[in-house]
Ligand binder design. Structure first.
Ligand SMILES: *[C@@H]1O[C@H](CO)[C@@H](O)[C@H](O)[C@H]1NC(C)=O
Ligand SMILES: *[C@@H]1O[C@H](CO)[C@@H](O)[C@H](O)[C@H]1NC(C)=O
Ligand SMILES: *[C@@H]1O[C@H](CO)[C@@H](O)[C@H](O)[C@H]1NC(C)=O
Length: 394
């Protein structure tokens, strides 16, 4: 139906049509509670204002960035979206100096106060994964001076400070009750936990059951990792039954924290997801599995489920990621975690009350909209394309 448009106009049209479709036919039922990681390691992503429109039409109200990109934060000014921003590992050394930390916050956070909601600064990402003891040594002092700077600027109530860990910081994760941190990290993690407890900051984990499945597809049940119906596994020490691996991982982190003397720190998931495509040795990386993982996870978020060990604390999740990122290094899966292609069309439908609906684009394969609506959409898209073409073409 858009055969007459040129190629670049056509992808803009698709995005416009997606937005139009969403705003016209989807009625989100209140906040999803879902957060999403907006990674930008790509050279083909839509503009920040287009992304702002996309996320708002999906009613996604929490976004995590890996930096503090002022262009993104500006594009969301006046929206209800809450941002978690990041300070990359390369900043940690400088951030141990409180004057530099304060300067960074004055430049990257303060200008947005009252316009864009910034609720958390993630200081460093997977620092204990880098096998770099200098970096590990900077982590807590950097977090402390960022926190003290927020305090000195009166922002400590609206902005929390945390850091995100890989699940590799655990030496044991099963059964969940036996979760424990790697002994070599103990001297870093103990004071870190004390600090979390003092400032009431959540402990963030990047958790990917996909890695466990990919590592031994013969031993790990696909149903168990994809939140599909299965018998689950029972923790022999607690008798708690786990019907999915992510909850077992979260509770293993709670156990590890408890073993260090803390029961007052909430565990949240700063990243989780499933790739829709991978190399031939990456078992399970398919659009069907990715749709099941993210779709089933969304349902549980919507139900405000807690884990077996913390049934009253709803899981708190930022899904990875909004877009496929074509410039990420590593195996093919790394570039295929997105819920969306860069042109704004969904990589798969997760079939949940139209939260991430299929793009109504092709007149042949469309099964969801009556042809009259389709025709109206086509006309609307054409009109929109004609009127916005000059603005949107960059
Ligand atoms: C979007 O979510 C917010 C809560 O985050 C809710 O108040 C609002 O009603 C929702 N909007 C729509 C259109 O459902
Ligand atoms: C750290 O601080 C030094 C001195 O102010 C500066 O030259 C350098 O660019 C900073 N490093 C980063 C990653 O910002
Ligand atoms: C980490 O560093 C230690 C000591 O420097 C070294 O023995 C070990 O092989 C390193 N591990 C990895 C995974 O690089």
């Amino acid at each position: 139906m858009m055969g007459n448009s040129s190629k670049s106009d056509s992808s803009i049209c698709k995005l416009i049509l997606l937005l139009f479709t969403l705003s016209g036919t989807v009625a989100p039922t209140g906040g999803l509670g879902l957060g999403i990681n907006y990674g930008q390691i790509a050279n083909n992503l839509p503009s920040h204002s287009q992304v702002a429109a996309l996320l708002q039409s999906l009613n996604i109200s929490r976004v995590k960035l890996y930096d503090a990109d002022p262009n993104v934060l500006s594009a969301f000014a006046g929206s209800y979206v809450e941002f978690t921003i990041g300070l990359g590992n390369e900043y940690l050394e400088n951030m141990t100096d409180q004057s530099k930390a304060k300067n960074w916050i004055q430049q990257h956070v303060q200008p947005f106060v009252g316009r864009t909601k910034i609720t958390c600064i993630v200081v460093g990402n997977e620092v204990f994964n880098a096998n770099d003891t200098r970096l590990m040594g900077y982590l807590l002092p950097a977090m402390q001076s960022v926190y003290m700077s927020l305090w000195s600027l009166g922002l400590q109530k609206q902005v929390t400070v945390s850091t995100a860990h890989s699940l590799n910081i655990l030496a044991s994760s099963y059964p969940p009750s036996s979760g424990a941190f790697r002994p070599d990290l103990g001297s870093y993690i103990q004071p870190l936990l004390n600090f979390h407890s003092q400032i009431d900051a959540p402990f963030l984990i990047n958790a990917y059951p996909f890695f466990a499945y990919k590592g031994s597809p013969g031993d790990v049940s696909l149903e168990y990792v994809l939140f599909e119906p299965n018998q689950g596994l029972t923790d022999p020490n607690t008798n708690l039954n786990y019907d999915n691996m992510l909850y077992a991982q979260i509770d293993a982190v709670y156990s590890a924290i408890k073993a260090m003397g803390h029961t007052d720190i909430e565990v949240r998931i700063s990243e989780t997801g499933w790739p829709s495509k991978g190399d031939s040795d990456e078992a399970g990386a398919t659009p069907q599995n990715a749709a099941l993982y993210n779709g089933n996870l969304l349902k549980r978020i919507e139900q405000r489920q807690g884990t077996p060990a913390r049934p009253t604390v709803p899981i708190d999740i930022h899904v990875f990621a909004l877009f496929n990122e074509n410039l990420k290094p590593g195996p093919m899966s790394e570039r295929n975690y997105g819920l969306y292609y860069p042109n704004g069309s969904p990589v798969y439908s997760i079939g949940l009350q139209g939260y991430l609906p299929e793009l109504i684009i092709s007149s042949k394969s469309n099964k969801r909209a009556p042809s009259v609506i389709l025709l109206m959409l086509s006309v609307a898209c054409l009109l929109l394309c004609l009127s916005f073409k000059n603005i949107l073409t960059v």
